[in-house]
Design a protein around this ligand. Structure first.
Ligand code: IDP
Ligand code: MG
Length: 141
């Protein structure tokens, strides 16, 4: 089924000059960017995005990290886009992520792991709405 998912190249990915590399993986694997922007989140905006993790021991550090530099936010569209994106990303912890995945190849640790991807249709919808309005989405035939 054709789906949309939210992808973020996190501050470490941008700092490591991996924007092109990450987007190329998506485009080569059937995930088409239909909306995209670069922005630098405030701490409060990062907390809002990761509200689901509020109360976890890593929440404060994670939101510091996510507001530490510019990010690239995208909507990816394609067949099974949510799971496909998560496959390309690899597991949260790069030490256990599968060979060849973005996180395995580029991430330094479980927090600074280069990319974010929505984990289910409902979260994809909420996360897309957090960053994009209808005018910013460019569906492609
Ligand atoms: P996901 O990004 O693979 O969906 P989640 O469990 O949703 O992983 O966690 C969101 C983000 O929080 C992770 O991508 C990572 O940056 C950070 N994170 C998750 N677990 C830990 C941890 O145990 N220590 C530090 N940071 C973590
Ligand atoms: Mg998650």
């Amino acid at each position: 089924m054709k789906e949309q998912t939210l992808s973020i190249i996190k501050p470490d990915g941008v700092r490591k000059n991996l924007i092109g590399e990450v987007i190329q993986r998506f485009e080569k694997n059937g995930l088409t960017p239909i909306a995209m922007k670069m922005l630098h989140l405030t701490k409060t905006e990062a907390e809002g995005f990761y509200a689901v993790h509020k109360g976890k021991p890593f929440y404060d550090s994670l939101t510091d990290f996510m507001s530490s530099g510019p990010i690239v936010v995208m909507i990816l569209e394609g067949e099974e886009a949510i799971n496909k994106n998560r496959e390309l990303m690899g597991a949260t912890n790069p030490e256990v992520a599968a060979e060849g995945t973005i996180r395995r190849q580029y991430a330094d640790n479980i927090e600074q792991n280069i990319v974010h991807g929505s984990d289910a249709p409902e979260t994809a919808k909420t996360e897309i709405a957090y960053f994009f309005n209808a005018l910013e989405v460019c569906p492609r035939p």
